[in-house]
Design a protein around this ligand. Sequence first.
Ligand code: PAF
Length: 280
Amino acid sequence: MIITRTKKELKETLKNLSKKPGKLALIPTMGNLHDGHLSLIKLAKLKSTKTISTIFVNPLQFAKNEDFSDYPRTHELDIEKLEQEQCDVLFMPINKDEVFPDTGKIKNIDSGMLGKDLCGKIRPGHFNGVLTVVNRIFELINPDIAVFGAKDYQQQILIRKMVKSLYSNLELLTAPIIRSQSGLALSSRNNYLSKDELLLASNLFKSLQRSVESYNNKISIDQIINDAQEFLKSNNLFPDYFELRDSQLKKIANNSFIGKRVFLSSVTINKTRLIDNIEF
Ligand code: PAF
């Protein structure tokens, strides 16, 4: 795997790579790679002949009170994992200037109303930061394909919207959520949890599964959401939200909705926020 640490090295590497035929797939990450990330690489490799991953903890998507400085940085291990997956190139900028050379000239992307809903309500500005960095990475790499994970449901819908208006030739792939045996969706933030907290956290997925069952049994949406919130709280998982939406994240009023639906939730356990969803 070729590791590039500056924009200049990246440019040269991409120039050489462009001589190889076929599609270039991008897997943007913030590092601390787990099997969820590796499943994105596997999917990218199935759909392309060249793969590039990025590792960049993007300061723009963290609020001042959030975990930017504590976010796990495990570069050596990450490199080993990417080598094992036979990723062709890694762009791991030495500092933020290699991504945003002149902060005054950043092309800020506004995530609109949807960016202020759900996770955006509890993390103001987060999705503007995500879209701004993803757009910048697209500008730097110009991939044919980009792969994101379904765990970050709202993120991938917002990226899809941005791509539709700015990158009509870019193909977006969404990879399914990878879970531990307990059902907990894999996430770098699971590293913040103790053994006991990890056990409690697995109830987040249970609450989503139970909600789908209740929906299919024609229990009213209000009742389902109320039950789910009580169940979560009884397991020390404090819900920031628990909602039923359609696949574009519009609200669903009753059980007669036809089409793809998704229960989504964000919960806080001690200081750690976890998200999960189930599409049905
Ligand atoms: O999902 C993530 O890891 C990040 O939000 C992303 C897409 C790499 C942007 O920093």
